[in-house]
Design a protein around this ligand. Structure first.
Ligand code: NAD
Ligand code: TYD
Length: 344
């Protein structure tokens, strides 16, 4: 393992992995390959931009020629694939891009990895492939898939292609499945960064349904270290869950962040639910622990760090909350908030 192509490395979790790996492995070359969609942001990589073992190439994982070009240019021997369309709400509004990046893009990367006989192909996936998890059950890696959103279904499609390339071609693959991740540099459309930045501006917080859905919150640096553990210690052909081990009802997380910000609960607005909304995600991550990973951050510490980061980095997110972002926000929330008596 010498020259690692990190696809989607300009996004939220990918950039955390790159910042971590560039420091930890000075003898590796880390080549970020990213399309720079609305969610990609080179500012996320500024802390490592001057490092000699960091390189950046703009490109699409679904572009076969460009993928082969970057692999040949840098002698890539390992791929870590974070690149994806990632927001469930956008997958309900506009699913096409999810199929292109999360299914076709993964297929093109796998073809290239097989063609160039890569040492390892690590694919970053999600707990959402297991679907809605009832009762007190915790998903295990070999459980059947039951994705419910176009996002989750497209990720499940990618996972199955990875499995097929291992079984059919003997490609050295590993899959990680992370739970709901939060922390600095997260595009302000998912629950935590959206609500933190909106609350800072005293804007209404649109809680879907009754707010009693359960998610397992994972700090981004713990996610990045889980990917690293699986990359180095994972067994070929296996998948590893990366869980936050911190199940919470949405409404409790929202109340906690309002209290950290010193903002009133009157900002909470219950709005019509997301279509097909999964009630609960929960995973068992004993398999990843057995190969050397352990969560480093408590939820309380991680949430406090995250809230502080958004308070101290307004220039990062205020730049994003313009143009395309505002159009998306209106499309997603105007009618929902109106139903709760709030006009935008
Ligand atoms: P993100 O939306 O912040 O970033 C995605 C990155 O991929 C962006 O930099 C974007 O420009 C890039 N990208 C998208 N399509 C591309 C394409 N076709 N070619 C090249 N680059 C492309 O995403 P994230 O939250 O950092 O998620 C990273 C990975 O982790 C995804 O595979 C996602 O499914 C998975 N994941 C995310 C979470 C979460 O809570 N955010 C949880 C579990 C798993
Ligand atoms: P999200 O951050 O979109 O992640 P995911 O859908 O992948 O779990 O949402 C986390 C939870 O928060 C989920 O139950 C949906 C809920 N949610 C809201 O209630 N309001 C919102 O505006 C958003 C974006 C999410």
């Amino acid at each position: 393992m010498k020259n690692i192509l990190v696809t989607g490395g300009a996004g939220f979790i990918g950039s955390a992995f790159v910042r971590y790996a560039v420091e930890k492995y000075p003898h590796y070359h880390i080549i970020v390959y990213d399309k720079l969609t609305y969610a990609g942001n080179l500012e996320n990589l500024l802390p490592v931009s001057q490092r000699a073992n960091y390189h950046f190439v703009q490109g699409d994982i679904a572009d076969r020629e460009a993928v082969r070009g970057v692999i040949e240019q840098y002698g890539v021997d390992t791929i870590v694939n974070f690149a994806a369309e990632t927001h469930v709400d956008r997958s309900i509004l506009d699913p096409d891009a999810f199929i292109m990046s999360n299914v076709v893009g993964v297929h093109i990367l796998l073809e290239a990895a097989n063609h160039y006989k890569m040492e390892r192909f690590l694919h970053v996936s999600t707990d959402e492939v297991y679907g809605d998890i009832e009762g007190s059950y915790f998903s295990k890696e070999n459980d059947p898939f039951a994705p419910n959103s176009p996002y989750a279904a497209s990720k499940a499609g990618g996972d199955l292609m990875v499995r097929a390339y291992h079984v059919t071609h003997g490609l050295n693959t590993v899959i990680t499945r992370g739970s709901n991740t939060f922390g600095p540099y997260q595009y302000p459309e998912k629950l935590l960064p959206l609500f933190i930045t909106e609350a800072i501006d005293d804007k209404p917080l649109p809680v879907y349904g009754d707010g009693m859905q359960v998610r397992d919150w994972l700090y981004v640096d713990d996610h990045a270290m889980g990917v690293d553990a699986a990359l180095h210690n994972g067994v070929a052909g296996e998948a590893y869950n990366i869980a936050g081990e911190n199940l919470q009802h949405n409404i409790d997380v929202i109340r906690r962040l309002l209290s950290l910000l010193g903002k009133p609960e009157s900002l909470i607005k219950f709005v019509p639910d997301r279509e097909g909304h999964d009630r609960r995600y929960a995973m068992d991550c004993a398999k990843l622990r057995a190969i050397g990973w352990q969560r480093q951050y408590s939820f309380e510490d991680a949430l406090t760090r995250t809230v502080e980061w958004y308070k101290n980095n307004e220039s990062w997110w205020r730049k994003i909350k313009t143009g395309e972002y505002l159009e998306y926000y209106k499309r997603q929330y105007a009618a929902r908030l109106a139903a709760a008596g709030v006009s935008l």
